[in-house]
Each structure stands twice: as C-alpha cells, then as structure tokens.
Design a protein around this ligand. Structure first.
Ligand code: 1GP
Length: 246
C-alpha cells in the first residue's frame, strides 16, 4: 500500500511548535495573479499558499499560479482548497480534504469527497483532512455549500461541531465566515473552540486589517487565512502577517 508522505502536515506541525500562529495566503484562481504580488507574500513570510474558490475556477490560471509560486520558491507549500471536485489541481503539494460538516446537503459532506478520492490517489497527493464549518454570514461558500451557518452569537454550537470533528478523526478545523464577509469570526467563538479541541484551528473570512488578524491570533487561532487582501492591497499583507506572528 502506498500512502502519500505527510510532508505538509509535518511542515505545519513543526512550525506550530514555535507557539506562534501561522499565516496562509488564499489565492482564488478566478483571475491571473502578478508575479510581483506573489513574491511580496513570500518575502513577507506567509507560511503557505492555499489555492481554491467556490465559483469560476479557471484551471489554466490555477496552473499558472502554481508555476509562478514555484518559480520564486520551490519549498513554500501550495495546498489545494477545493470548492468542488474540479478544485484538485495538478502539481499541488497537498490538498485540504474537506467536509462541510454543517451543510444540509450530503454532497458537500461526503459526496464530492467520494468523487475526488481516486483522482487524489492517482495524483499521489498528500491529504490534510479538515472539518469545514460555516459561520454567519457564510457568503458565497455558505450559499453554494447549502450550509446552515452557525450563528455568530452561538459559540457553543461551533464548539460542539469542532469537538465532534476531532472525534471523527479530522486533523484540522476551519471556522469560515466566508470570503469578503463584513464580520469575521468573533474572538469569543475562537477562544471557546480553541479550549475544547486539541487539533489546529484555522480561521478565515473577512480578515482585512492587522488589528483583526491580531485579534484572531490572541483569541487562539493556529492558522489565519486571508484571501481578498492579496487582490485588494498585497502591501498590507506585510503588517497583517507581522500582526499574526508578533
Ligand atoms: C475564504 O477564509 C477565506 O475562504 C478568506 O476570506 O477572502 O475574506 O480573506 P477573505
């Protein structure tokens, strides 16, 4: 039996041992990206790239982005963040094998995963199993994923889902407010979930400022994901990444 080596999982575990949160840059391959902007992210010390999105995925752009990142830095991980079965791009270092646990549609919980599994095996790609939880407002991914978003004021519901995810064997929990969300994940929810689980906690959606990133870090996030900032103002990533790690 051949199982893809857990190199990226090891990379993340080793970095988390330093006791500081990590920053991942999410790139949505809806559009092509400038090499200089990717270079900035790497120079600002983002810890990994995630590649994916919910709609209008362009395979050629995804390939171009992977090649651009690797032409600058061969070692920085590129992890797939598939919004559907077409999101397992070639040449990724690993893929988040995600289950949208609070979807109302089994397709997003186990269906798309079953369809993708053999493709991932053929590609010999490392998988990082992740429970994906949509928190209000949920934005596009909440709509597409038929989610029943967890109310912002009900951190105990997020805790119950996150703990059940750990018991089911997931390696990561991601609390997602949705890309472009006006309101990001509340710090109280982050700290309560962090206290209840032992696996790394990923936070994303609507984090646009260093202050917001810092708030998530202080609340207990292990990995902070920003997406839109890359397209809107890549220079701001310098201060956001600093705020995550200080
Ligand atoms: C979306 O959590 C990510 O999946 C990133 O969200 O684009 O709002 O940073 P933003």
């Amino acid at each position: 039996m051949v199982i893809a080596a857990k190199k990226i999982q090891f990379y993340i575990e080793e970095k988390l041992k330093y006791g500081k949160p990590l920053h991942f840059t999410l790139i949505d391959p809806q559009t092509l990206k400038k090499k200089e902007d990717i270079e900035k992210c790497i120079n600002f010390k983002t810890d990994a790239f995630m590649l994916g999105g919910s709609i209008q995925i362009n395979q050629d752009y995804a390939k171009n982005i992977v090649e651009t990142i690797k032409s600058i830095d061969k070692k920085i991980p590129i992890i797939g963040f598939p919004g559907n079965v077409d999101g397992v791009f070639d040449y990724l270092d690993a893929v988040f094998f995600m289950s949208l646990l609070n979807s109302t549609n089994p397709y997003w919980i186990t269906g798309a995963q079953a369809i993708s599994a053999f493709d991932i095996k053929t590609k010999k790609m490392e998988t990082l199993s992740m429970a994906y939880l949509i928190i209000e407002p949920g934005e596009t991914v909440g709509f597409i994923g038929d989610a029943k978003p967890i109310p912002r004021k009900k951190p105990e519901i997020a805790c119950s889902y996150a703990l059940s995810a750990q018991y089911m064997g997931f390696k990561y929990v991601y609390l997602e407010a949705g890309s472009g969300a006006e309101k990001s994940i509340p710090p109280q929810m982050i700290s309560m979930v962090k206290k209840i689980i032992d696996i790394p906690l990923i936070i994303g959606g609507g984090i646009k400022t260093p202050e917001s990133a810092r708030e998530k870090a202080l609340a207990g996030a292990d990995i902070i994901v920003t997406g839109n900032v890359f397209d809107d103002d890549p220079n701001l990533l310098k201060d956001i990444i600093k705020a995550v790690k200080e």
